[in-house]
Design a protein around this ligand. Sequence first.
Ligand code: GUN
Length: 293
Amino acid sequence: MNIDTKILSGKEVATFVYRNLEAKIGDLKKEDVIPGLAAVLVGEDPGSKVYVRSKTRRFNKLGLLSETFLFPADIDEGSLIHEIQMLNENSNFHGILVQLPLPKHLNEKKVLHEVLPQKDVDGFHTENLGLLTAGYPRYVPCTPKGILEILKYYEILIEGKHVVIVGRSNIVGRPLSILLGLKRKFGNATVTVCHSRTPDISEHTKRADIIIAAVGVPQMIGADMIKEGSTLIDVGINRVKDDSENGYHLVGDVDFQSVLGKAGAVTPVPGGVGPMTIAMLVANTVEAASRTI
Ligand code: GUN
């Protein structure tokens, strides 16, 4: 057991994606269309603030429009819905994202449903999730889409492979399970979804060709839970407290050090899936803008 584990750099794939998007963005600008994103942020969740800042920073770097609409944590549902409806009507914004999680008193399902499906670049509206489930994807949620791009870029075969997804969230696990199982090129996988009620997760992960770890449990997947040569995609971004200046460092759901030498390939944290989520948000927003001309 000493495989030369390949590190799958999401940063590298994201650079490739941006290079390909430049031409499309240039064409849109010739038509006087600048792809625009409205980011809706409610409250002061530190993680959410960091994510939204990274997203808007990337839009600005690419010469695109992005604006953050920050609302107090105690905003009432009716007011938030009204704000979203105004953004729906604002033609400067081709995409709208509502950063999750929302404060507990807000009904996430109801709020997400207010985003115009044509502007739903996160792919969280039930219309877009329905299209994906039926096999006609329109806006695919950014993290699942980014994971697929990493697998494509590194030519990791999906068809006929056994993919085990750990986590069934609406943002990652569930849409990804549908996407990988679609009857199409870069689909056709046999997919198992494990979750908090799965009695023995390692029983499944040990048989997987590809493992997607998306549970938010620091370093949960170690070498003892995987098959030799398997591909590990780590979606976890967990803050672990330490004595550094920030007071924390980031670790994934995979125990990165322990799987080196046994896994065939693994995404690092940071620099793996994270940059791809942002790249796919840009791609979806550019697509939304293209649909308006
Ligand atoms: N919270 C965690 N991931 C995401 C994401 O991809 N989009 C939004 N809007 N919120 C999130």
